[in-house]
Design a protein around this ligand. Structure first.
Ligand code: BG6
Length: 478
């Protein structure tokens, strides 16, 4: 179903995110018939380009980031015609009048701030001064949304001077991933899981986001962030919230976000011994983290693993273990809900210990899998084995499920539809920083040195210990 016609202005329209994600994503939606013919995309950036030059940039980006079999010349030409460019000075006067002239009446207006946070204020102010943005306009902002509570609060205040909260779409692209939404469908669309979804039946939960890439090419940004700010405060926190939250009464933006906020507020502070930080060494012909970051004494973590307690009735006593890192063994993101042992085994000790585990895989091979214990076939007596009830979406739902839209495609369309459910509210972001800040501050005060780990592994040995000492173990990264 096509969305309503819109004018989308992308500030930073020639930048990395625009080239990698936003423009290819919009093209895919055009191709799928979701972006209407009347929609227009205006890139605004500092450099001097004309429309033709920008269209070449956009075409090259789409050709680079969308595989050949998934694009076609005719629709690409049509899409490119809908693009134009304005050279703009975000902190000065140039370019604003031409931008204003390009905007059409009666269209949805959306402004994507794909720029440094220091420009949010100046751009918001000028959009209003020149009458380009009004009460119905929407703005989209990206992470990093601040680097601590104070800076996030300031950004929220800056945006609030010009826009109402209902106009602000803070992107966390993890919320746009197909499986993440499916997690809500599975939890709240079935009667099967919710009664068991609590400390009485769940032993613990593991959330792993492992990457094989290093920080090459973005060391300057990353070295000032580290895994805690780059991944945990936002992406992993959002996943934790969706697992831990109470059922909202409706699937609407504030109902969902209210429940997520309650989870963040229920997180206990994390003690230093419950966290392991790591930093990758050189290996496999690749430089070390410190070389990538061009900072020989860097104390920034490229890996972090931690145990988190959620203090509320549902989860008290059931820990959440989170880990994420770069240059690990495999690229895989998954959530595992590990259920408790059966209270009593009627099959005796030789039947072994068996547990039900629900695995929710974000990537690759999106899907869910429930490990169920059954009898090993054959006459060998009552021997038990675990078999997966496999709900890989592509297998269950056919080829359409294989071609799921990328997170950005979906989220941009949600902006145009005016649906904020999958976007972070200002208070949520602040609460996440309020929880993260003391952890980072403690590291900084102690000059805490991350543990080195070899690339291609599961991170530092201490991360294994974090679980082992409690009689648990991480699932294999693969
Ligand atoms: C980004 C982080 O937000 O998410 C990156 O800044 C990380 O460091 C990326 O690589 C991971 O996203 P995805 O979708 O590839 O899992």
């Amino acid at each position: 179903i096509p969305v309503d016609p819109f004018d989308l202005v992308i500030f930073g329209g020639t930048g990395d995110l625009a080239r990698r994600k936003i423009l290819p994503g919009l093209y895919r939606r055009y191709q799928a018939g979701q972006m209407p013919e009347e929609a227009r995309i205006i890139a605004a950036a500092r450099s001097d380009h004309d429309d033709a030059e920008f269209r070449d940039i956009a075409r090259a980006a789409i050709e680079e980031f969308i595989p050949e079999g998934k694009r076609d010349a005719a629709s690409l030409d049509e899409f490119i015609e809908r693009l134009s460019y304005v050279a703009i000075d975000a902190t000065g006067d140039d370019g604003w009048a031409p931008l204003s002239e390009k905007m059409r009446e009666g269209m949805i207006r959306a402004f994507y701030f794909s720029v440094a946070p220091s420009l949010f204020g100046p751009i918001a102010e000028r959009l209003h001064q020149h009458g380009i943005a009004g009460p119905d306009s929407r703005i989209v902002v990206e992470k990093p949304f601040g680097r601590d509570l104070a800076s996030a609060r300031k950004l929220n205040q800056t945006l609030a001077q010009h826009f109402d909260e209902t106009q602000i779409y803070r992107i966390d692209h993890y919320l746009g991933k197909e499986t993440v939404q499916n997690l809500m469908a599975v939890r709240f669309g079935n009667v099967l899981f919710e009664p068991l979804w609590n400390a009485q039946y769940v032993d613990h939960i593991q959330i792993t986001v492992a990457e094989t890439v290093g920080v090459d090419g973005r060391g300057a940004y990353y070295d000032k962030s580290g895994a805690m700010r780059d991944m945990v405060q936002n992406h992993l926190m959002q996943l934790l919230c969706l697992i831990a939250m109470e059922p909202p009464s409706r699937f609407d933006p504030d109902a969902v976000r209210d429940e997520k906020l309650k989870v963040i507020r229920a997180l206990e502070p994390v003690e230093p011994y419950q966290i392991v930080r790591g930093q990758y060494e050189a290996g496999g012909g690749q430089p070390s983290y410190r070389d990538h970051a061009e900072n020989p004494r860097s104390l920034t973590e490229s890996f972090v693993a931690m145990k988190i307690n959620v203090s509320n009735w549902r989860w008290a006593g059931t820990p959440f273990y989170l880990r994420t890192g770069k240059r690990l063994k495999a690229r895989t993101s998954e959530i595992a809900v590990v259920f408790k042992d059966a209270p009593h085994s009627i099959f005796g000790a030789e039947a072994g210990r068996h547990r039900n585990i629900l695995t929710i895989r974000l990537q690759p091979n999106e899907g869910m899998m429930l490990g169920v214990t059954i009898k090993e076939p054959g006459p060998g007596g009552m021997r038990l084995v675990d078999v997966p009830l496999d709900m890989t979406f592509a297998d269950a739902l056919g080829p359409e499920a294989e071609d799921v839209p990328d997170a950005y495609e979906r989220l941009i369309m949600d902006v145009i539809r005016g649906n904020q459910t999958l976007f972070m509210r200002g208070d949520e972001v602040e609460a996440a920083w309020a929880w993260t800040d003391p952890i980072i501050q403690a590291w900084e005060e102690r000059d805490d040195a991350p543990k080195p780990y070899d690339p291609g592994t599961s991170g530092p040995e201490d991360a294994q210990m974090l679980m082992h000492r409690e009689g648990r173990r991480w699932r294999e990264i693969r």
